[in-house]
Design a protein around this ligand. Structure first.
Ligand SMILES: Nc1nc2c(ncn2[C@@H]2O[C@H](COP(=O)(O)OP(=O)(O)OP(=O)(O)O)[C@@H](O)[C@H]2O)c(=O)[nH]1
Length: 319
């Protein structure tokens, strides 16, 4: 990164984001009751609940409802997508988690072919279970896990990664299934041989907990709320605000800008021009019709957000 960027006075950037009078009530049209009911029905078969969340937002959006319903079971919090997160903040996050009573935290990258952290999951679960008396199932040596989390945090990827790591197998295939009970409810996926460990095959999708507009915006940025419900222009603006606040200026080089800027319209215009995302439109003026070139702001916002989600604009910690 160029020196002038590192030395740049950030005083010119926004210190707060103006959310206007937005209402987040409709940002996540989830079907929580149904999901939770199904999870509760499965709970008697579960030894440990694996809650998975996005490492860039370790606190925002985690749904506490499951705790009231599912917290009777031992619990491991997996913070996934660590490859996209600013891991220099790891210790702070862990300390804060401990203060909140979350003792068991594991950071993972489930896209990595072999992730040493995913490899720690089974030993970690065994450690947690050894410290917790198992409910009337002491004779059973087949351990069962349930993976839960808000959408798009990597629940399926974790299952596949566990199978790659422990069974040297590719995509999850279903095993088991019991007569008389819906396949979707009791089908299990094996993830480890020694100790024998299964996962319930339907990852529990929880709606995120959206406390306020900023929480909603962070969830949207990380792709857990459908973009169109929030608006890509707004997400792009919040992204720019976040990158500038954290002094993550990779976007300057990626889009050939001269320097960081806090004006999303200007940024999107430059991105559109760089990507050739412009349109020729007719405009009526006082002296007749002229054809002018206008930037496609939507296409530019789309590229900006996608680049961030792929980690191309730097690693961040949004909480
Ligand atoms: N960079 C990165 N991307 C990941 C990681 N894990 C998953 N992803 C990506 O995140 C997206 C969602 O992953 P899934 O495994 O489908 O997430 P899910 O929680 O099962 O999603 P839902 O079924 O919608 O709830 C996919 O594009 C994955 O490739 C990770 O550790 N790092």
């Amino acid at each position: 990164m160029k020196l002038f960027l590192a030395l740049r006075n950030v005083a010119g950037f926004r210190s707060a984001f103006d959310f206007g009078a937005r209402d987040v009530a409709h940002w996540f049209p989830g079907h929580m009751a149904k999901g939770l009911k199904q999870m509760r029905a499965n709970l008697k078969n579960v030894d440990c609940v694996i809650e998975i969340h996005d490492a860039r937002i370790p606190f925002s959006g985690r749904n506490p409802v499951f705790r009231e319903t599912l917290d009777v079971k031992p619990h491991l919090l997996v913070l996934n997508k660590m490859d996209l997160a600013d891991m220099s903040q790891k210790q702070r996050i862990q300390n804060q988690m401990h203060r909140k009573g979350v003792q068991n935290v594991l950071f993972t990258d489930c896209l990595k072919q072999r992730d040493d952290n995913v490899k720690k999951l089974v030993p970690k679960v065994m450690e947690i279970l050894t410290d917790t008396p198992r409910f009337n199932r002491d004779e059973n040596v087949d351990y069962c896990l349930m993976v839960i989390g808000v959408p798009n945090v990597g629940k399926s990827s974790l299952i596949n990664s566990l199978r790659r790591t422990y069974l040297k197998k590719g995509r999850a295939s279903r095993v088991g299934g019991e007569p008389g009970i819906t396949r979707a409810v009791l089908t299990k996926i094996q993830v480890c041989e020694r100790p024998m460990m299964h996962l319930l095959d339907t990852p529990g999708v929880l709606p995120p907990k959206i406390d306020d507009v900023e929480t909603g915006m962070k969830l949207a940025l990380c792709g857990t709320i459908l973009d169109h419900l929030v608006g890509e222009d707004l997400i792009a603006d919040y992204l720019l605000y976040s990158l500038n606040r954290q002094q993550k200026f990779n976007y300057v080089e990626r889009y050939d800008l001269e320097e960081p800027c806090d004006d999303i319209q200007q940024i999107l215009k430059r991105i559109a021009v760089k990507l050739g995302k412009t349109q020729r439109v007719k405009a009526i003026t006082g002296v007749g019709n002229v054809t002018i070139t206008v930037p496609n702001y939507n296409a530019a916002a789309y590229d900006f957000i996608r680049a961030f989600r792929k980690g191309e604009l730097g690693r961040v910690m949004l909480d």
